[in-house]
Design a protein. Structure first.
Length: 148
């Protein structure tokens, strides 16, 4: 499996904007997908098609920090409906969500790789076939660790 991580590698001390992927064992929460581009993935996780109104709050001063939001939204946020294809299939990783700690990192997902496999901003990126295989195998958690 060829997994791409954040451009600053892996970290045990994740901070908002550090471009590093957090190390740990994290539950998988939910799957979003672009129904206009790909077929619904097979998984035991909750699955929802994306819409143009879907976003994720990354404003560490807002009460919605590191949460799914509907647009328009007053705080800084990331659009989940993108022109490129990396968010055609998104798995929400349960990182910094129970409880949410401001500044510890937001919007940590498993999503699709860019064609040139460039690093992420802190997420895990897999090919579509690999991500579909992970989901179909019944995965409900991810173990992110340094290579052995």
């Amino acid at each position: 499996m060829s997994t791409v991580v954040g451009k600053n590698g892996l970290t045990e001390q994740k901070q908002e904007g550090d471009h590093a992927t957090p190390i740990g064992i994290f539950p998988l929460r939910k799957v979003y997908y672009r129904a206009d581009r790909i077929i619904k993935p097979r998984t035991i996780l909750p699955v929802e098609p994306l819409s143009r109104l879907d976003g994720w709050c990354d404003d560490l001063k807002h009460t919605d920090y590191n949460r799914y939001i509907r647009l328009p939204h007053p705080a800084r946020h990331e659009l989940l409906w993108r022109e490129d294809h990396v968010y055609d299939l998104i798995v929400v990783i349960g990182y910094n969500d129970n409880p949410v700690v401001s500044g510890r990192g937001s919007a940590i997902f498993m999503h699709l790789q860019r064609p040139d496999q460039t690093p992420t901003e802190g997420c895990l990126a897999l090919s579509e076939s690999e991500l579909r295989s992970v989901l179909a195998a019944g995965a409900n958690a991810v173990h992110i660790h340094a290579p052995r």
